[in-house]
Design a protein around this ligand. Structure first.
Ligand code: FES
Length: 155
């Protein structure tokens, strides 16, 4: 990789140069910035828009629409909490309250120590063992408040 890794100005400028002339280049550009910096710094939306010949609203619209893109740095692991019907029927709402209180964040947030981000998800394909959550790449079944606390301790 180049020496631009981790430097937002250099990363954004290099990505804009790479994709400015590409039709539909905004998505790969945003993926590249997200991969290099771990997020898309909001302060650079204007530079991205101008470099790509788009409005700031268009760039913001794409960043907001896709769950892969984030304005804030993400935690080391993302916790996806299922909010779909089967999990809701088995206590996911109560679990959600506990998870938010325990982590001290809402959906879209990242803990102060940078360890966890929290996101909603709408079915993890594990409905028979609701409520389900995914921490990083691992799906966990029949999670209640106590089990969640145990899982946190394991990460
Ligand atoms: S509804 Fe939660 S895993 Fe399917």
């Amino acid at each position: 990789m180049s020496s631009s890794v981790g430097n937002p100005t250099a990363v954004v400028s290099s990505a804009v140069q790479k994709y400015a002339a590409t039709a539909g280049g905004l998505l790969p550009l945003l993926h590249e910035i997200q991969a290099s910096l771990g997020h898309i710094p909001k302060d650079y939306v204007a530079a991205i828009a101008s470099g790509m010949g788009l409005s700031r609203a268009e760039v913001h619209g794409v960043i907001s629409f896709y769950q892969d893109f984030h304005y804030q740095p993400r935690g080391d692991a993302t916790i996806h909490l299922c909010r779909a019907e089967a999990c809701q029927a088995m206590g996911a709402r109560k679990l959600e309250q506990h998870v938010k209180a325990r982590l001290g964040i809402d959906f879209g947030g990242t803990t102060a120590d940078g360890r966890f981000s929290l996101e909603p998800v709408y079915c993890l394909g594990n409905c028979a063992c609701s409520p389900s959550i995914r921490i990083g790449d691992d799906v966990h079944a029949r999670v209640d408040a106590n089990r969640f606390d145990e899982l946190l301790g394991e990460y």
